[in-house]
Design a binder for this molecule. Sequence first.
Ligand code: ZN
Length: 153
Amino acid sequence: MNYAKLLAVAMNEARIGFEEGGVPVGAALFAADGRLLGSGRNRRVQDGDPSLHGETDAFRKAGRQTDYRDKILVTTLAPCWYCSGLIRQFNIGTVVIGESANFAGHPDWLREAGVKLVELNDPECIALMRRFIERSPTIWYEDIGVPPAPSMP
Ligand SMILES: [Zn+2]
């Protein structure tokens, strides 16, 4: 499987999200043979919906699937707890991660559930997310569920 080619679909969504002023995380769900089932992007800012992460958007766009074990979820950034929960809930078999330098995610929790992880460590994914975090730190910390300003005693 050419995972870089699959990542390009998610990366395109992330770029659109960045241009829209949103959190630039894109994702796509593929069948085992590489056929695209659905793609989406984080639209927390655009739609004012905190539950719209890249992974959940792609998952919803793909519609109902009878089995997820042979499916491939591609995301530009390591999945958060919420999206990791979705991956475990539906037993998605393979998760391709564009990068985990800006956000480590929870790889051990996914691996222990039998999820195959493919880390691409893609420089373009890293650079786009870095630009976003510098541009909009408040939105970023809100998205990953971290309080905005650490309170000093
Ligand atoms: Zn998420």
